[in-house]
Design a protein around this ligand. Structure first.
Ligand code: MLT
Length: 229
């Protein structure tokens, strides 16, 4: 039976089959950031839907770091915001992260029932492909932005769908067919796409540190490992 691949363009865009592998995507910036965090030794990631839920989780995990953003900025009183440059090994190594971002956390929670949850981002795109290529059923869960789809997330989903189809997978649903049409061809496409996407432009308008984050998130295959959460 060929593998099957589907896409949710937003966390509410459907359900994740419990037997599926979920690839959770928030390219700008949550899953790019969390991939960097896991590369730098973060031990576990606990998604929280709201800052209040994050605080309640911290009460149960006293040594955990409170991480996340609202409107792209670190939540007051939290340890870390949502820039990959905050998640160095000296900060996150061995730590549990409680993570409450606006959209990325919703996608992580929506994928909670999946058999596996793999972080998806352009920074480790080929490692993600290798990690899920043998799975019977893959659902890409895009974060989108505030209930609408995000071009950068759909583009990553399309990039992955293209390569899974090339390995014999069967596409399921209109969202996956749409995502395929947005897939970037190469690293230059990825960079242009993220710089031009709505959220990329918003982040770049927030100052040089945020613009540097967009550049990081656009770095195709700068990380050679994939991570489950
Ligand atoms: C999100 O979760 O909506 C994004 O990661 C927001 C951000 O860029 O910080």
């Amino acid at each position: 039976m060929p593998a099957r691949v589907s896409v949710l363009l937003t966390p509410g865009g459907g359900t994740v089959p419990p037997q599926a592998t979920a690839v959770v995507v928030d390219v700008l910036r949550a899953t790019s950031v969390l991939t960097q965090a896991r590369l730098n030794g973060a031990r576990a990631i606990l998604a929280a839907g709201t800052p209040g839920e994050a605080l309640a989780l911290r009460a149960r995990h006293p040594g955990a770091l409170l991480c996340g953003e609202r409107d792209g900025r670190r939540i007051p009183g939290f340890d870390l915001g949502n820039s990959p440059f905050e998640y160095g090994p000296g900060t996150v190594g061995g730590r549990t992260l409680i993570f409450a971002s606006t959209n990325g956390s919703q996608a992580l929670l929506a994928a909670g029932r999946a058999r596996r949850r793999v972080l998806g981002a352009f920074v480790n795109a080929n490692a993600v492909l290798a990690a899920v290529a043998a799975d019977e059923r893959v659902t890409v869960v895009c974060s989108g932005k505030l209930g609408g789809y995000a071009l950068e997330d759909a583009a990553f989903a399309g990039w992955l769908v293209e390569r899974l189809v090339a390995r014999g997978a069967r596409v399921e649903g209109a969202a996956a067919a749409f995502a395929r049409r947005t897939a970037p061809r190469d690293a230059a496409d990825v960079r242009a796409l993220l710089q031009g996407a709505s959220h990329g432009r918003t982040l770049r308008s927030m100052g040089p540190d945020y613009a540097r984050d967009v550049e990081f998130c656009a770095g195709l295959d700068t990380i050679s490992q994939a991570f489950e959460v």
